[in-house]
Ligand binder design. Structure first.
Ligand code: NAD
Length: 296
């Protein structure tokens, strides 16, 4: 078992660090929040007073931070400075591709192995250890990171070179955002055409309109499996986080000169939904906004 530094013990990182400790690793945990440190201690980690203290002597350094600015600050401020020469650096945060590549280069310049490894799956998957990791980095980096990631997830996939993990994550979530809105629109139109929504689900879920948004995460209460729609759109994947990912996708599309008209429209619609005070509710709740809107 290894000594692991874990930095960023929030909604996601708290459960992930706990799973590494449960697997028998010696987890040195750091967060700016005392509450988060207390929870990590209760989950079997050793809370420490600084990122530098967590990193010293660690075989693996895992970060799960809000955004690119936090990751870059911790990498340039502490990690590349204090990491052991043979350590593997694993950033699981969802951040922009350019920053992911930059911190990967900063690590490589110091002879350190680093990968970007963002996740699919929310807080429940982080707690249960059933996340999917998409990893960007060299083959050597992937091979070093994989056993640690496997303790926190159900799938660990090598997406490609540095930044490819973030690229895969934002392409996936751009698809999900647009697909969820399209699924909501189809249900709203079906309803306005007088169809029974359960009957429409029964048809579309075995027809060519089927999607994950429909059959695993149906936005209509009482239809399909139990989802946040059945809990008044509480819990699940917050609309504010979907908006964050759509903005990252639009930024990446700009840099790559890729046409993403559906992604751009999804970003506008989630921006409006979040501005109306719905940032904390599940992203499938956007069906309520569509239902209230008129065509013209
Ligand atoms: P969070 O805000 O709950 O946790 C972030 C933690 O980082 C906080 O506890 C904060 O105190 C800590 N932090 C910030 N700066 C720090 C620093 N310099 N040093 C140490 N700690 C610091 O966020 P979260 O929901 O856990 O999300 C983390 C990342 O995972 C984000 O990039 C998010 O987009 C991504 N993500 C979240 C979900 C989700 O459902 N919540 C799902 C997939 C991916």
């Amino acid at each position: 078992m290894a000594r692991v530094a874990f930095i960023g013990l929030g909604n996601m990182g708290g459960g992930m660090a706990a799973n590494l400790a449960k697997a028998g690793h010696d987890v040195r945990a750091f967060d700016l929040s005392q509450d988060a440190l207390d929870r990590a201690k209760a989950a079997g980690c050793l809370p420490v007073a600084s990122a530098a203290e967590a990193i010293a002597g660690a075989e693996a350094v895992v970060t799960m931070l809000p955004a690119g600015s936090h990751v870059e600050a911790v990498y340039t401020g502490d990690i590349v400075e204090h990491a052991e020469p043979g350590a593997i650096l694993i950033d699981c945060s969802t951040i922009d591709v350019a920053t992911a590549r930059r911190v990967g280069e900063a690590a490589a310049a110091r002879g350190l192995l680093a990968v970007d490894a963002p996740v699919s799956g929310g807080i429940a998957a982080a707690n249960a250890g059933t996340l999917t990791f998409m990893v960007g980095g060299t083959e050597a980096g992937f091979n070093r990171a994989e056993p640690f990631l496997a303790e926190m997830g159900k799938a660990v996939i090598h997406a490609g070179a540095s930044g490819a993990g973030q690229g895969a994550k934002i392409c996936n979530n751009m698809l999900l955002g647009a697909e969820m809105i399209a699924t909501c629109e189809a249900f709203v139109l079906a309803e306005k055409l007088g169809l029974d929504l359960q009957r429409f689900y029964d048809i579309a879920s075995v027809s060519s309109g089927q999607s994950w948004s429909m059959t695993s995460y149906c936005p209509v209460p009482g239809v399909g499996p139990e989802t946040p729609a059945d809990r008044d759109y509480q819990g699940g994947f917050a609309a504010a986080l979907m908006l964050k990912d759509l903005k990252l996708a639009m930024e990446a599309a700009g840099l790559a000169d890729a046409a993403t008209p559906m992604g751009a429209r999804a970003a506008e619609l989630y921006e409006a939904y979040v501005a109306e005070g719905n940032g904390g509710s599940d992203f499938s709740g956007i069906i309520r906004r569509l239902r209230e809107q008129k065509r013209g």
